[in-house]
Write a protein that binds this ligand. Structure first.
Ligand code: HPA
Ligand code: ZN
Length: 324
């Protein structure tokens, strides 16, 4: 099974590029940029990645990305991950990135975009890997700031496949971003949103009804509402489920307790992703291996999950045909 999963051409729909920052690269960039880290060593950083919940992770995630200052830093971050993912049999990744988290620190949008877009272009030219771009907005920041950033991003709209919504979910319902998502729709951008990770099933319904999203990131708490499950099944809305993330952030205690088998049994269009691999114990291959271990899925199940991801990925029709 391990060799099968390594060889299986895999597609990932839910990945935060800032969450791929391995401690080794964090230390290298800190040295390059003259930044002091709160950790004495790589091991000390890894030891700190023991999270109580989503907020506990987000605190370290935003702190870690402080080493990203220059265009080359964003390029190195992304290119490092693209090479690693490709070596694990990943063929396509839709990446989320968080412009507000960089703007807040005084890093201009142009710096972020130039680095990420150069890495995307080079990966697509040299690695047989394709990359989709999801500009994500931080739901624990004001809605009008998000709208302002979307307008500021006008030179880059043509490079975006979608906008997304992430960060601390509790008490930040999708409805808060109604105007942002309406504007994105007007611009012809696809919409996706994190919902039902720590927030209630009601937030999934809001994301569908009010934000008109095409995918739900996470969505595992849909099982708390028969209505929401029925809607997701009827519309075959994709859920980008992140098994190791859910364990790390205590959404579930053990992977063997995870609702993934139940989500599949409900007829939902489930896909597997790694979310923030540098923080949650591994990339897409590790997530597949962990699921094989916890659920005993056969090869056909993994083929089906990856087919779902390919069907929904932000790729050209030609690339989709190649991958299917
Ligand atoms: N959830 C919400 N926001 C995030 C995450 C996540 O898992 N990773 C990075 N931002
Ligand atoms: Zn996420």
């Amino acid at each position: 099974m391990n060799e099968f999963l390594r060889q299986l051409p895999k597609v990932e729909l839910h990945l935060h590029i800032e969450g791929t920052l391995e401690p080794e690269l964090m230390f290298a960039l800190a040295a390059r940029n003259g930044i002091e880290l709160p950790y004495a060593s790589v091991d000390e950083a890894k030891a700190a990645y023991d999270f109580k919940d989503l907020q506990g992770f987000l605190d370290l995630y935003y702190q870690g990305m402080n080493v990203l200052r220059n265009e080359q830093d964003f390029y190195d971050l992304a290119m490092d991950y693209f090479k690693r993912a490709r070596s694990e049999g990943v063929m396509h990744i839709d990446i989320h990135f968080d412009p507000q988290a960089h703007l807040q620190r005084g890093v201009p949008l142009e710096v972020v975009m130039a680095g990420l877009l150069r890495a995307k272009e080079e990966a697509e030219a040299s690695l047989d890997l394709t990359i989709g771009m999801i500009m994500a907005f931080l739901r624990d920041r004001p809605a009008d700031e998000a709208l302002h950033v979307l307008e500021q991003a006008s030179p880059y709209w043509k490079f975006l496949d979608a906008i997304g919504l992430d960060s601390a979910e509790r008490d930040h319902p999708p409805v808060k971003f109604q105007a942002l998502f309406a504007r994105a729709k007007e611009l012809g951008l696809v919409r996706v949103a994190h919902a039902g990770e720590e927030g209630p099933a009601e937030y999934i319904a809001q994301a569908l009804d009010i934000l008109e999203v095409q995918r739900i990131d996470h969505g595992v708490r849909c099982l708390e509402s028969d209505d929401v499950v029925k809607r997701l099944r009827d519309q075959q809305t994709v859920l980008t489920v992140c098994p190791l993330s859910n364990v790390s952030l205590k959404v579930v205690e053990r992977l063997s307790d995870h609702a993934l088998p139940q989500l599949l049994a409900e007829g939902l269009k489930v896909t597997i992703s790694s979310d923030d691999p540098a923080y949650f114990g591994g990339g897409l291959l590790e997530n597949h291996l962990a699921c094989a271990d916890a659920f005993g899925w056969d090869e056909d199940t993994f083929r089906m999950l990856n087919r779902y991801a390919i069907e929904e990925a932000f790729v050209s029709e030609q690339r989709r045909d190649e991958l299917l």
